[in-house]
Ligand binder design. Structure first.
Ligand code: ADP
Length: 585
């Protein structure tokens, strides 16, 4: 491999490296590198001895293939082709077609040229930085670099009206650095080459470009992508990889036996534009000004690209948590509403219960008081008549007064019971004879029943039927059942008008049935009967049976209803009081 300047000069170093790697992948080859030094200095005197030196090296075994890298190497070889192993095949590469003299090409030579299209590079500068007014061209003073200045001057002629061109080839590199740090606004720098500067200082590697990038106050563009990667903004460029792969492919064909003169390779075109994201940011270039189809490289990965799975996992966990929290909040809200509703219902129910009980009580009290008060009135009138008579029978008056006293006591007893019922803790648990309760109710209602033409009949056990409970409450239950019976019969046009009350004991229970000869209860109403507010009466409250049901249940008993062909039957059963149960069974 014949190098133009040395082993570490961009862009040729990069190209030689790729060619070497590509060939090595297919073939085991002994690469030997030689560099021209005269290319730096334009010194012809050393050429002859260098040719002799190479010939001497390869006298016994000429090379199988010579690869000339870059234009200086190509020119050198063409000048000395007849002395430099004329039978050895030769590939000219990393060179523009116009740097190779076609007349001097032999059958053993072939060219793999790089693109020689410069105008798109300057069009690119004006596109990505439309405000550009000045382009400074960085180039050294070696013969090769001077040649290219000539080429560039021609290329740039059409741009003359659009942009001012500043040439740096007369300056030392230090001078270039100074000037580039002080360019007017809207400037750009085009990095052509910097091998040997005007002061004769040689610049190998990529250091010079990095120094320029550090001090320049304008973006830097280049022809060859060997310079791309740190300091160059970007655009369409000659591709190291594509050009070198093409050269390596040709080299391999020759090593496989093809004749170089038969291989014609078109120049490798400029690669599609690529940009350095860091430089784009540094110079405030808008990404929308980049040519379509551009690749932007060195963009740091976004958070999403770096932590994709972590972000997805975190989002899933957070979403699940949020969902759970929402569900819990909804549940809490629901429970809260349910609690409020239930409290409200309880308050309503308590209120209604009180109202219903009061209504029910007032009805029964009216019944209870009416009877003794009526009797008192009758007796008082009778006593008045006796006293007004010419010979009043005082004995009779005394007995009437006795009756009045008894009735008065009954009335006050009713009032006492009422007071007991209305005070809290009214549930007065004591042994009560159910037969007695029935008797009392019949006594209380006898007048009312008679007034409505209803006969009250009772078939009670001959012995006591003792249960434990509140006398007044149990009385209220029986009273309510009998009053309902009277109400039911009252409207019957004809037939037997009777309420029969039966009592018996069995299975440790005291039973009472109240049967009437009314219209009975339609089967579909039987179920609702004990529900609050179920009534068919225009002025009914529908609480009587409901309260009766509550009272009987709180006494550990049961209440039920049946309908027969002759009317309705209500059954009440209560546990017999313990003390007497054993003696009765
Ligand atoms: P209300 O005093 O408003 O009538 P109750 O709870 O005492 O309330 O009775 C509810 C309903 O049951 C009555 O309206 C009536 O339709 C029915 N019912 C109760 N007892 C009888 C019965 N002996 N015969 C026919 N229907 C009855």
């Amino acid at each position: 491999m014949l190098h133009s300047f040395g082993l570490r000069f961009k862009p040729w170093t990069d190209r030689a490296q790729v060619i070497r790697e590509e060939i090595s992948r297919r073939k085991s080859v002994d690469f030997q590198d030689h560099s021209l030094l005269n290319a730096r200095l334009n010194d012809d005197k050393s050429e002859g001895p260098f040719v002799d030196y190479l010939r001497a090296l390869y006298t016994s075994q000429p090379p199988d293939l010579i690869v000339a890298i870059g234009a200086p190497a190509a020119n050198f070889v063409q000048r000395h082709r007849s002395d430099l192993f004329p039978n050895a095949p030769m590939v000219f590469t990393a060179v523009q077609q116009l740097r190779v003299d076609p007349d001097k090409l032999t059958d053993n030579d072939t060219v793999v040229a790089a693109a020689d299209d410069y105008a798109p590079l300057f069009e690119n500068i004006l596109r990505v930085q439309p405000s550009t007014k000045l382009i400074a061209i960085v180039s050294g003073a070696s013969p090769n670099e001077k040649f290219w200045q000539g080429v560039l001057r021609r290329v740039l002629e059409p741009f003359a009206g659009r942009v001012e061109i500043k040439w740096y080839n007369e300056l030392s590199f230090e001078g270039i650095l100074k000037d580039a740090s002080n360019l007017p606004p809207h400037s750009a720098i085009f990095w052509q080459l910097m091998n040997v500067d005007a002061a004769g200082v040689v610049h190998e590697g990529g250091t010079a470009l990095l120094r320029l990038s550090a001090t320049a106050n304008a973006p830097i563009f280049a022809y060859d992508d060997a310079f791309f990667g740190e300091a160059i903004l970007g655009g369409p460029m000659a591709s190291v990889v594509e050009g070198s792969k093409a050269a390596a492919a040709v080299a391999l064909r020759i090593l496989d036996g093809e004749k170089p003169g038969d291989i014609k390779t078109p120049p490798t075109p400029l690669a599609s534009p690529k940009f350095d994201w860091r430089q784009v940011q540094r110079w405030g270039i808008s990404e929308s000004d980049l040519p379509p189809g551009s690749t932007v490289l060195f963009k740091p990965p976004t958070m999403w690209e770096t932590y994709r799975w972590q972000i997805l996992t975190a989002c899933t966990v957070i979403s699940l948590q949020a969902l759970l929290i929402v569900l819990l909040l909804l549940e809490r809200q629901r429970r809260y509403l349910a609690e409020v509703q239930s409290r409200q219902r309880m308050v309503e129910l308590a209120h209604m219960n009180r109202q219903a009980t009061a209504g029910q009580l007032s009805a029964s009290i009216a019944h209870e008081l009416n009877q003794p008060l009526g009797a008192i009135l009758n007796n008082a009138e009778a006593a008045t008549l006796i006293i007004d008579s010419p010979s009043p029978n005082l004995q009779e008056v005394k007995s009437i007064i006795e009756d009045i006293k008894r009735d008065d006591q009954r009335a006050s007893e009713v009032i006492k019971r009422l007071r007991r019922l209305l005070t809290r803790g009214a549930f007065d648990s004591q042994e009560v004879d159910l037969n007695e309760v029935v008797g009392e109710v019949f006594r209380i209602l006898s007048a009312q029943a008679a007034a409505r033409d209803v006969r009250l009949d009772k078939k009670l056990t001959p012995h006591r039927l003792p249960v434990t409970g509140d006398r007044i409450q149990l009385q209220q239950v029986i009273l309510n059942l009998v009053v309902n019976g009277i109400d039911a019969i009252a409207d019957m046009p004809n037939g037997v008008r009777e309420i029969a009350c039966t009592s018996w004991a069995s299975d440790g229970l005291a039973h009472v049935s109240i049967r009437d000869t009314g219209p009975g209860i339609p089967p579909d109403r039987l179920e609702q009967l004990f529900e609050p507010f179920f009534t068919t009466k225009p002025e009914g409250m529908g609480m009587g049976l409901c309260i009766a049901h509550t009272i009987i249940e709180s006494h550990g008993g049961k209440i039920s209803a049946e309908t027969r062909s002759s009317g309705a039957v209500f059954y009440v059963s209560l546990p017999l009081a313990k003390t007497t149960r054993s003696s009765m069974q």
